[in-house]
Design a protein around this ligand. Structure first.
Ligand code: ZN
Ligand code: ZN
Ligand code: ZN
Length: 161
């Protein structure tokens, strides 16, 4: 068995090569920027996330998102800097998906994806900007800047809010 010189030098340093290799690989992995999009329609990296809540600043304008909710995995973050003007087609997530389609960016659902937040169905759901709270009851908001939550809901659950 031949020993490479780097391996010998690592051993001179008292290092186990297998352990050193794993350490290097894991530090590289940590540097990979995730290409995950929150349900608010903006990249994970635009969020400030702590234990209790989150805030989102996609660019010059603010987003009222208060919970980082990984929803999409994408190959390019650039389409996902849209402004929400309401729910559904006016929502930043749907606008981002439309832009991704136009730019041929690959996207896939993460986690529960577009499942209804209340009943879990995958059928006929739409993304809403909501106010209130999950414990006290979610509410529709008129102005997207008042909404802290971005959840998919099916039509019956949306009507029952
Ligand atoms: Zn968000
Ligand atoms: Zn956002
Ligand atoms: Zn539902």
């Amino acid at each position: 068995m031949t020993t490479s010189s780097a391996e010998r030098l690592l051993k001179d340093l008292g290092l186990d090569t297998k352990e050193a290799t794993e350490r290097l690989l894991s530090s590289r992995r940590n540097k990979v920027i995730t290409k995950h999009i929150c349900s608010c329609g903006h990249p994970e990296g635009r969020h400030f996330i702590d234990a209790e809540s989150a805030s989102c600043k996609p660019n010059a304008m603010d987003c009222s998102c208060s919970e980082y909710n990984p929803t999409l995995k994408v190959t390019d973050l650039r389409p996902f800097l849209q402004k929400s003007r309401g729910s559904g087609v006016d929502h930043a997530l749907v606008k981002g998906l439309t832009s991704a389609f136009m730019k041929e960016v690959e996207v896939e659902w993460l986690g529960s994806g577009m499942d209804c937040k209340k009943c879990g169905t995958k059928e006929g759901t739409t993304i809403y900007i909501l106010g209130g709270s999950e414990s006290a009851g979610l509410q529709m908001v008129q102005d997207p800047l008042w909404g802290r939550w971005n959840y998919f809901l099916c039509e019956p659950c949306a009507d029952n809010l």
